[in-house]
Design a protein around this ligand. Structure first.
Ligand SMILES: Cc1cc2nc3c(=O)[nH]c(=O)nc-3n(C[C@H](O)[C@H](O)[C@H](O)COP(=O)(O)O)c2cc1C
Ligand SMILES: Nc1ncnc2c1ncn2[C@@H]1O[C@H](COP(=O)(O)OP(=O)(O)OP(=O)(O)O)[C@@H](O)[C@H]1O
Length: 307
């Protein structure tokens, strides 16, 4: 039987507060010689309960991948948050699901973690129940940056505002968007610069419209500095559909149909409408130069391994 130390929560963004739980989980699992794990849901419980859509910082795939890459926890139990889960009483959730089904021997949660039907489970009840059942338990105190509690809600707002540098300080890593490269309309490659257009995963927040210094990682794990536009491309397009297009610097090759990870480092400027393609082209060249200057000391090392 695979015994687990399990961290509890949704973990959107995999921010520095989450990091405190995940580090503790990995440490306790190593001490006990069992598996570190995360128990989370495929969609945000708040959205299912209230019916109000909550676009997320990360797709489920990126959330899973960040937990593994940054904190070394590969066992991410991502279960459907359905009617049955929603109405499971808090103690049943611990006894029947976490212990019975997933063999928890130690649970790790944050200072404000709520769980179970009607959010009736609290950190205090969790600690009490664990003591009763002979399980280990850690309640992690809140993590703050510059006096502000780190939370997914706060970081979502920063991403929406395009305040990527600040969002990254709370995340502890660059904001990440991974998608598949689709065909654009070919204007870029024929008359401007070749760009990789990402299919934006459903339900994910894109940063506010503008141009960003980014790092692009290809399926084979190789990394490039890239200048990325998020927006509606008002110079060449009248519609409102949003694209995320990355122009990889010093890269030549075909990326169509491939997976591409784009990490956002800095907001460079707003997206605007130019009077001519020539003016847009000159500006994109300047954006590429600004991106090279941003990464003048070298692009941060890629984490080992393919996507
Ligand atoms: C770094 C960069 C900056 C861009 N900035 C703008 C902009 O400010 N205004 C705009 O209308 N389009 C902007 N674009 C989008 C171009 O219009 C777009 O790449 C071009 O229309 C190609 O589209 P296609 O791939 O659909 O052919 C930018 C693209 C890149 C890569
Ligand atoms: N700043 C923090 N310090 C310590 N623990 C945290 C912090 N933020 C979240 N946690 C804990 O991490 C786990 C996952 O958090 P979760 O994703 O549910 O919350 P969150 O980041 O506060 O999100 P939201 O803003 O959507 O409520 C929970 O156990 C939570 O209590």
């Amino acid at each position: 039987m695979k015994e687990r130390v399990i961290a509890l929560g949704f973990f959107d963004g995999v921010h520095l507060g989450h990091g405190a739980l995940l580090r503790r989980t990995a440490e306790e699992a190593a001490r006990r010689g069992c598996t570190p794990a995360v128990f989370t849901f495929d969609r945000p419980p708040k959205e299912v309960v209230t019916g109000v859509p909550c676009p997320l910082i990360n797709s489920p795939e990126d959330r899973r991948d960040l937990i593994r890459r940054l904190y070394g926890i590969g066992d991410v139990l991502m279960v459907p948050f359905d009617q049955e889960m929603m109405t499971t009483p808090w103690d049943d959730y611990i006894v029947r699901i976490l212990v019975g089904r997933y063999h928890a021997v130690h649970l790790v949660a944050g200072h404000d973690h709520r769980f179970g039907h009607k959010n009736q489970g609290t950190p205090e009840l969790l600690a009490q129940k664990c003591a009763e059942l002979g399980l280990g338990c850690d309640i992690i105190p809140k993590v703050e940056v510059a006096g502000i509690t780190v939370s997914s809600t706060y970081i979502r707002r920063l991403v929406e505002l395009g305040q990527i540098g600040r969002a990254n300080r709370f995340l502890g890593h660059p904001h990440t968007l991974t998608g598949t490269v689709r065909h654009g309309r070919g204007i870029g490659s024929s008359r401007l610069f070749p760009t990789a257009n990402l299919i934006i995963p459903p339900h994910v927040l894109v940063p506010s419209h503008g141009v960003y210094a980014t790092r692009a990682t290809l399926e084979d794990g190789s990394c490039y500095a890239a200048v990325t536009n998020v927006g509606t491309r008002p110079t060449v397009h009248n519609g409102s559909d949003i694209t995320v297009e990355a122009c990889l610097l010093d890269f030549q090759g075909d990326l169509y149909g491939k997976t591409l990870r784009v990490e956002f480092y800095e907001h460079l400027r707003q997206e605007i409408r130019f009077d001519s393609l020539g003016a847009l082209r000159a500006q994109i060249q300047a954006d590429a130069d600004a991106t090279r200057a941003y990464f003048a000391d070298g692009i941060p090392a890629c984490s080992a391994g393919a996507l």
